[in-house]
Design a protein around this ligand. Structure first.
Ligand SMILES: Nc1nc2c(ncn2[C@@H]2O[C@H](COP(=O)(O)OP(=O)(O)OP(=O)(O)O)[C@@H](O)[C@H]2O)c(=O)[nH]1
Ligand SMILES: [Mg+2]
Length: 306
């Protein structure tokens, strides 16, 4: 290594820091994280409360290392699962050097009871990001930006479309401006801290969200019981359990003659094979765990509570 390389990067003003992506469920936080990182790390769906964990996505630029934290959408914390989701989001706020508040292209609701008080007391810089601008006409955008500016006069307001990628270079530039000077924390080739096992679990949950009706997503949880890598690079063998809350839901997940489970399994296996870069054998089980969302033991086992 040359002496040049050993010099602290901060001498040249290198910046490193955590950026929390927070907001209501379904505003597009995970879509934005994936677009910013350039990899599908976080699962997304049209159904609210898709994300259940805090998740790190790393971006390296010549002058900065950006550590994005995706978070569960923040709602009133009713019920034990919701409480742990809100906790995950607030923990990201506490860890953040810059906070990105993602909103729908709608006027702000100053009564938002959960997030606004936290945002009003932030000690870190805030950026307001109006997402999904592909859904509104241009003339509607300026008044919206003005309304958010009124609410947080110090914060830049940046319109984006996470789906199309519009506005993301501007957002990144604004974030880098606000990040503190610091040495990179992660090696350059690393893009997340999440394990392959975790990402595989999430891919299966995403396929479930995609195929199941409106009510079901909340009732479903996934646990990978076995992740056997002994035959890698040829094959990874995975045994996963899909937990539901009631017997009737088990029937829905399995479907007529097992067709639903078969489709979900095939799609999840395909996604896992792309993730792991090898063949995957996926053994799926559906089990009832009565009211798992209220059971601290289940919440711990599923990684929703520590
Ligand atoms: N039209 C449009 N749709 C978007 C955009 N960004 C996200 N979406 C859609 O909005 C829905 C929710 O996206 P997610 O990224 O899962 O939202 P989230 O904020 O992570 O949601 P939770 O994890 O439930 O809090 C998905 O159907 C996305 O395709 C956008 O810029 N434009
Ligand atoms: Mg999400």
């Amino acid at each position: 290594m040359s002496t040049e390389n050993r010099k602290p990067k901060t001498e040249n003003g290198f910046k490193t820091g955590h950026i929390a992506l927070i907001g209501l469920p379904n505003v597009g936080k995970s879509t934005l994280l994936n677009k910013l990182v350039g990899e599908k790390l976080s699962i997304t769906s049209p159904k609210p409360q898709t994300t259940r964990h805090r998740l790190l996505g790393i971006v390296n630029r010549p002058g900065a290392q950006l550590l994005y934290l995706d978070t569960p959408g923040v709602l009133e914390p009713k019920g034990q699962l919701n409480q742990s989701l809100v906790q995950a989001a607030l923990s990201a706020l506490a860890a953040a050097d810059v906070v990105v508040w993602l909103v729908e292209p709608r006027p702000p609701d100053p009564r938002d009871p959960v997030l606004l008080p936290h945002l009003q007391q932030l000690s870190q810089p805030l950026i307001v990001v109006i997402n999904k601008i592909d859904l509104i006409s241009k003339p509607k955008l300026l008044p919206l930006m003005e309304a958010y500016h009124q609410l947080f006069p110090q914060a830049p307001v940046i319109p984006v479309s996470a789906l199309l990628g519009d506005g993301l270079p501007e957002l990144e530039a604004e974030i880098i401006k606000l990040l503190p000077v610091g040495e990179p924390i992660y090696p350059e080739e690393q893009i997340t801290e999440q394990t392959e096992r975790f990402l595989a679990t999430e891919l299966l949950r995403e396929r479930l969200l995609h195929h199941l009706g409106e009510e079901m997503p909340y009732a479903v949880a996934v646990l990978i019981e076995e992740f056997d890598e002994s035959r890698r690079p040829d094959l990874v063998s995975i045994r996963a359990v899909i937990y539901v809350e009631r017997e009737s839901q088990k029937g829905i997940v399995i479907g007529k003659k097992g067709q639903m489970l078969k489709t979900i399994g095939q799609e999840a296996r395909g996604e896992m094979e792309s993730l792991l870069g090898c063949r995957v054998y996926l053994d799926l089980w559906v089990k009832v765990w009565k009211n798992w969302r209220k059971d601290p033991k289940a919440l711990r086992l599923l990684g929703y509570q520590t």
